[in-house]
Design a protein around this ligand. Structure first.
Ligand SMILES: Cc1cc2nc3c(=O)[nH]c(=O)nc-3n(C[C@H](O)[C@H](O)[C@H](O)COP(=O)(O)OP(=O)(O)OC[C@H]3O[C@@H](n4cnc5c(N)ncnc54)[C@H](O)[C@@H]3O)c2cc1C
Length: 345
């Protein structure tokens, strides 16, 4: 049967466009493989504050409330284990950092998210005297993507999209004898294989997490020093993630593991055992903004990509922006539009 849309790739970007197609009662297929793992292994943290410089995240007032509603509705529909509001506790190392915290508390865009005071740490398994608390949200991405594959079973094609099997003309597209009106590419770092959109300068940045077990470390909230400490339940914790430009593969990195072990030893004071290591490649852009919109020549080919960081918070709103653009011709914010690259073709 012919359909309106084919979605290529189902990570956070693919999920967002698919949800908005459903809202618009539009027919679609999803084709996705496991060549990229970014969304499935990501930390799932929605943090409204850029901690290093104590600044609000770009457009937080727009992206944060929309993302919360988006995941709350998935949580309600799918499992009840996906969405949790949590404190993100930042280790305060010195007086300068403490002063920065208090300065940030005076800023109206930041104060709603921050504890008004730097607090004394009372948990003896954590190696810090002081902590600042941020109101954050944690999305359980492994459970979410596990549930979604089942939920979208009827739409799902478990395969690798072969770009050379695509035939494009002005009003329709055919892929392996099926006709679609539009294709949206949501391939993450896999976009490098896509001849229509591989000129956008999306580059990879590999991130590793270690998963460790510790019975003594009894924490439920999120913690951050150099890396994030994310409780998974059942005495398991995720810790990371690193940033590595090379090699861009899905082999867990030994260098990353030893960096994380060193950082963890400075952060917790309880025995632990590393039980796993996972990694993924962030699809990163030079200007650190996502990329969305339609191809300059083939108007029925579209892209949503470039979520090198904060994809959990940004993808819901930007998926909506792309679908509204395609179905209702509403404009795309120039800061994220693919048109910023068209002049360079
Ligand atoms: C280690 C790590 C930690 C992170 N932590 C956080 C965090 O805590 N908070 C946050 O907001 N962001 C985080 N991020 C960033 C976030 O993961 C990314 O922004 C987001 O996952 C990118 O989603 P995506 O859908 O664009 O790409 P992906 O998740 O890579 O999804 C692309 C999908 O397309 C499929 N695909 C690609 N090519 C083809 C093809 N030819 N045929 C079929 N299927 C194809 C891939 O297999 C994959 O399933 C983290 C990223 C990493 C790597």
């Amino acid at each position: 049967m012919n359909k309106d849309f084919l979605i290529v790739g189902f990570g956070l970007a693919g999920l967002s466009v698919v949800r908005h197609l459903e809202i618009n009662n539009t027919s679609f297929d999803i084709i996705s493989n496991n060549s990229q793992l970014s969304s499935k292994i990501a930390g799932g943290i929605i943090n409204p504050v850029a901690v290093k410089h104590m600044k609000p995240v770009w457009n937080v007032e727009v992206f944060l409330p929309y993302a919360k509603l988006f995941y709350q509705s998935l949580d309600k529909q799918l499992s009840g284990e996906i969405y949790k509001n949590k404190s993100l506790n930042v280790f305060i190392h010195d007086v300068a950092q403490e002063n920065n915290w208090y300065q940030a508390c005076d800023k109206p865009r930041l104060s709603p998210f921050l504890s008004p005071e730097v607090l004394t740490n009372k948990n003896q398994t954590l190696l810090t005297d002081k902590i600042g608390e941020i109101k954050a949200t944690s999305i359980n991405l492994p459970i979410l993507f596990q549930c979604l594959k089942q939920y979208y079973q009827k739409h799902w094609i478990d395969d690798t999209f072969q770009h050379n099997n695509l035939k494009v003309d002005k009003s329709s597209i055919s892929y392996r004898n099926k006709i679609y009106k539009h294709i949206i590419f949501c391939e993450g770092f896999g976009v490098g294989q896509n001849p229509f959109f591989n000129h956008l300068g999306i580059y990879g940045n590999k991130g590793d997490y270690i998963i460790f077990k510790s019975k003594k470390l009894q924490i439920e909230d999120l913690y951050k020093a150099k890396y994030f400490l994310i409780p998974l339940g059942h005495n398991l914790y995720k810790f990371g993630a690193t940033y590595q430009r090379q090699p861009l593969n899905h082999q867990p990195s030994l260098t990353a593991k030893s960096q994380m072990r060193e950082a963890l030893n400075k952060m917790i004071n309880s025995p632990y055992e590393i039980v796993d290591q996972v990694c993924g490649i962030r699809p990163t852009t030079k200007d650190r903004r996502p990329i969305l919109g339609s191809h300059s020549k083939y108007k029925n080919l579209h892209i949503l990509n470039g979520f090198g960081s904060r994809g959990v918070m940004l993808a819901p709103k930007l998926g909506q922006m792309l679908i509204n653009h395609i179905l209702k011709e509403t404009p795309i914010d120039p800061e994220v539009s693919v048109q910023r690259f068209h002049a360079q073709i």
